[in-house]
Design a protein. Structure first.
Length: 330
């Protein structure tokens, strides 16, 4: 799966391409920081205008909105370019994978589900990596940028439960986010979501294979096909009930998450210790830090799917090597 990074023929796309994506994501985060600063200035201006009529001019108001439009346009432009480039980058990664599979396919085709591994799983791998990989990197960059901002904004204001402790907001976000993430990970492990997804794909692969054989061989239907589809039905129904239990905890936590920043800021808001602009900056920075910490929680269903795809591809490649089809290791 990772020959993309070891072959000289893919050097420019793998390493230079990775550097371009990382740099572009960093630029996006920097723009996001500027947007957060804009929110503080804008809402302070709104508070001033509402508190004293004509205390700001219409030109100042329009100028503030224009500055946001400029920042937003820059963010959108970079995001669109990154998305376009990342799609090409990951298709090259997929190409590097399938090129090797093609080179050994005369023998690898003897492995059950080979066609699905080469066609379906490689495209799933690239698509999931497109959304999951870039968002993980962005989440880490957001933490690096926004944690110092959140710390600076929270100094000197009372925080629920933590009082006047300068690190109260950051620790609060950490406890709430990491605690929720650990809870959901444990729930996913208890419900064996990765295993169920893996079994589901195996059942689907077997079902599709027999359908392909049945196109030319009338002796395998209808009984064989129906028996296999019964297995497909059972594993799907099992996955539905397990995801039902998982989503009860996941969705309930995410709904409670909406109020978390306001809960921690309650003493400061009641005491009037912050302006509207500062409150908006804190809430937005808190949300960005909290959201990055909750990355695993929010992306958990996609992570489960990626883990299942990775497991299937590694199993496929291991069988190729174990059967002595080729000497080269992945």
């Amino acid at each position: 799966m990772f020959r993309f990074f070891t072959q000289k023929s893919w050097f420019l796309w793998s390493w230079i391409g990775s550097a371009i994506i990382l740099s572009s994501l960093w630029i996006q985060v920097k723009i996001d920081v500027k947007i957060n600063e804009w929110f503080g200035e804008f809402y302070d201006m709104i508070q001033k205008a509402l508190g004293a009529p004509n205390s700001i001019t219409i030109e100042e108001y329009w100028s503030s909105l224009l500055s946001f439009i400029t920042l937003a346009a820059m963010y959108v432009g970079v995001a669109v370019i990154v998305s376009f480039f990342t799609s090409h980058y990951l298709f090259r990664w997929r190409t590097a994978m399938v090129e090797w599979y093609h080179s050994v396919y005369d023998k690898a085709r003897k492995i059950e589900g080979a066609a699905q591994r080469v066609q379906e799983d490689t495209i799933k791998f690239s698509r999931i990596m497109e959304s999951l990989g870039t968002s993980l990197i962005e989440a880490l960059m957001i933490l690096i940028e926004f944690m110092p901002i959140l710390f600076g904004l929270s100094v000197g204001i009372p925080i629920f439960f933590f009082g006047d402790w300068d690190y109260g907001l950051i620790v609060g976000a950490l406890i709430w986010s990491v605690g929720g993430t650990i809870f959901l990970i444990l729930l996913g492990l208890i419900l064996r979501l990765v295993g169920v997804e893996y079994d589901l794909q195996k059942k689907e692969a077997a079902y599709r294979k027999i359908l392909v054989i049945a196109e030319d061989d009338g002796t395998v239907r209808p009984k064989t096909i129906e028996e296999l589809f019964d297995g497909v039905r059972n594993i799907h129904f099992l996955s539905y009930i397990r995801y039902l239990y998982f989503n009860i905890g996941r969705i309930a936590y995410l709904q409670a998450n909406v109020l978390s920043a306001y809960v921690f800021l309650a003493p400061a808001i009641v005491a009037g210790a912050v302006t509207l602009g500062v409150m908006q900056q804190i809430i937005r920075a808190f949300g960005r830090v909290e959201g990055s910490m909750q990355y695993i929680l929010k992306a958990w269903p996609t992570i489960i799917e990626l883990a299942s795809v990775y497991k299937r591809l590694r199993e496929f490649e291991s069988k190729i090597n174990q059967e002595g089809f080729i000497d080269e290791k992945i």
